[in-house]
Design a protein around this ligand. Structure first.
Ligand code: ATP
Ligand code: MG
Length: 631
């Protein structure tokens, strides 16, 4: 079947389509109804069916591949590496589950996991899944303030953490932030389970804090049976990246998610049992949940858990890992690749990456020069995916497991099966034609794997996501898109990233694309700044490949003029940035997303708001210094 017919089928007859996909996983008890959509926009998938994510990811493979690798851990931070077969992974998960049960954790209880990228974090997530506890993983880089609000939102019985993580060779202690967060939070967990890596001092609070290692010894031989869960019970909650303000607790089910992931492994990522999948994301993000912890294992693949950064000890580390573990499928983010672009190109070809079939990138717009650079450098296809924490798996990409579809530079691809994607005019809600800009929207019901609701706040789910058009129930992604005549969709940026220069609405992405195409520019971002005359003007912040260029006034001026001329040529003079500011780095969220709104606030002299998710706050100072009126 070709991709078009496959997609047609998934939309015109959801029941038969998803019934067929449901058999990619094991059901302890068969479902009685594929879809219950009696209460729009809430969709319930595989009603009455009983299954378990941990069982499908681990136990199910024991009869065929018990002694094959399941979890491979590499830490370039501590120099450690470990590998667990499916049997060993099951053992560790049962030990963790037994500890959790001994601490009173039951089906439906929440467990907050605030951990670095260590195997115990994966054990903990699967242990929750195994016994029906709801995990809420909070990214390890978050500070006390953000952690506290998530603790209050989840109201966990147990928190699992560690003494420290490590980043770029520097130890990042966790326990202090955790204690402070619990102190601040109104909700107090009964217990805190701590993995002591021996990296940082870790005071324990008697009665509340417990050490993992001795408890693990106590439960060495524990057998913890799988708790079968109704498909619509909750597997986890996870907060969106927080690029645009107060994070939303995305709530996901069990059965729909398992089916959606298994299907994506088959049709999108094309991974086979026995192969290795490497996602360089973090377990604190949705990519980590879907494509480190669950997806690859569901497909019988080994998953590589990597504690480290793409440039430490050097910018060849990702490819060295590909070589060492014969990685077949890899998943990363455009940011990571743009960082590599600043380093020696030879590092791309120095390793034997022949096992690698495809590199998938997601999380933010993949600009053409970066896509071309990495694809040609590696000699591999690079496939962009567009999706959100809310959806759990790709909305737009190409599904090579269905049909060998060519990619188109700058576009993630087309709507995936299950997603009835429409581009809608932001004011009228009317569908726009090819070549016209519209809001990327999904006609409900959302397919399996997508969020069930906002944790504890059904009204926020309905109002936030389905409330943008007065007379239509449509899910809005809040991203702009444009479709070409062949159905390839291009993402132009977030609906609130549009700037209005003298009445012309410009997507900041279009200007960024133009600037980043210049060989001297590694990365850039464009924001709109209030201007008395024109309403708004564009300000461009550029990170140069060779930062020294900015130090020489003559070279700097020449580059600026070069950049402005290229914007003029391709987009017209209205799009021309009022200023081009070279800076050493861009402020990003911990997941690598550029914080445009924060930059904009700084430019306009406003309070930038909650900065807790920022990777490197020092960069903000540099921006402030650069935009502060001179003289
Ligand atoms: P918040 O919703 O809290 O503001 P966030 O939207 O950054 O945070 P995520 O769910 O991690 O949180 O990110 C999803 C968003 O990232 C998408 O809505 C889109 O704006 C952007 N995005 C993801 N993948 C792509 C891609 N391949 N191309 C372009 N944009 C992408
Ligand atoms: Mg979002």
């Amino acid at each position: 079947m070709n991709l078009h017919d496959f997609h047609e089928w998934s939309i015109s007859d959801r029941e038969s389509f998803w019934r067929e996909q449901a058999y990619l996983i094991h059901w302890h008890k068969p479902f009685t109804k594929v879809l219950d959509y009696s209460k729009p926009p809430f969709a319930r998938w595989f009603v009455g069916g009983e299954t378990n994510l941990c069982y499908n990811a681990i136990d199910r493979h024991l009869s065929t591949r018990a002694d094959k690798p399941a979890l491979i851990w590499e830490s370039t931070e501590t120099g450690q590496s470990r590998s667990y077969t499916f049997r060993e992974l099951q053992r560790e998960v049962m030990r963790m589950a037994a500890i959790m049960q001994s601490l009173g954790v039951e089906r439906g209880d929440r467990v907050v996991i605030y951990m670095p990228m260590i195997p115990e974090a994966v054990f903990a997530m699967h242990a929750c899944a195994r016994i029906g506890a709801i995990h809420s993983v909070v990214f390890g880089g978050f500070a006390a303030h953000s952690l506290a609000s998530r603790i209050d939102d989840a109201a966990p019985r147990l928190i699992i953490s560690a003494d420290a993580g490590s980043r770029g060779g520097k130890v990042v202690p966790y326990k202090g932030a955790l204690d402070e967060a619990i102190e601040r939070a109104a909700h107090k967990p009964e217990h805190v389970l701590l993995v002591d890596r021996g990296l940082a001092a870790m005071p324990r609070m008697p009665g509340r804090d417990l050490d993992y290692a001795p408890l693990r010894e106590r439960f060495l031989d524990a057998e913890v049976p799988v708790v079968w869960l109704e498909s619509n019970e909750i597997s986890y909650t996870l907060y969106t990246s927080g690029t645009t303000g107060r994070p939303k607790g995305v709530q996901r089910d069990v059965g729909g998610y398992a089916v959606a992931l298994a299907a994506s492994m088959k049709y999108i990522y094309c991974g086979n049992p026995g192969e290795t999948f490497f996602s360089s994301s973090d377990i604190g993000w949705v990519v980590g949940h879907s494509y480190i912890v669950y997806g690859p294992l569901l497909a019988g693949m080994a998953t590589l858990l990597f504690e480290g950064t793409p440039v430490h000890p050097d910018a060849g580390i990702l490819w060295r890992l590909v070589e060492r573990h014969r990685v077949s499928v890899m998943f990363s983010a455009p940011t990571a690749i743009r960082v590599l672009k600043k380093h020696d190109h030879a590092l791309l070809t120095q390793y034997d990456t022949s096992s690698l079939r495809t590199l998938f990138l997601a999380g933010e717009p993949l600009d053409e020069p970066t896509a071309r650079w990495i694809s040609e450098g590696l000699g591999k296809p690079v496939i962009d995916n567009y999706w959100q924490t809310e959806t759990g798996w790709p909305i737009l990409t190409v599904a090579r497991g269905v049909e060998d579809t060519p990619t188109r530079l700058g576009s993630p691809g087309m709507p995936m099966y299950g997603y009835d994607v429409r581009l809608l005019d932001i004011e009228t809600g009317r569908e726009v034609g090819p070549g016209e800009k519209g809001v990327v929207s999904i006609m409900p019901p959302l397919p399996p794997g997508c969020m069930q609701t906002v944790w504890g706040d059904d009204a926020r789910f309905v109002n936030t996501y389905f409330g943008s058009l007065p007379d239509k129930l449509v899910y809005s992604t809040f991203d702009w898109g444009i479709r070409d005549a062949d159905g390839y969709t291009f993402i132009l940026g977030r609906t609130d990233d549009v700037i209005n220069v003298a009445g012309h609405r410009l997507g900041t992405r279009e200007i960024e694309e133009e600037l980043v195409a210049h060989p001297a520019v590694a990365e850039c971002t464009v924001v709109g700044m209030a201007d008395a005359l024109k309403g708004q003007v564009a300000i461009a912040f550029v990170v140069l490949r060779d930062a020294r260029l900015a130090d020489d006034p003559k070279q700097r001026l020449a580059l600026e003029q070069d950049l402005l001329a290229s914007v003029d040529r391709s987009l017209g003079a209205v799009a021309r940035p009022a200023r081009i500011v070279p800076i050493p780095a861009l402020p990003k969220t911990r997941s690598g997303k550029i914080l445009r709104r924060t930059i904009q606030a700084l430019c306009e002299g406003r309070d930038p708001g909650d900065l807790s998710t920022i990777e490197d706050p020092a960069v903000l100072e540099m921006i402030l210094a650069a935009v502060r009126p001179q003289g």
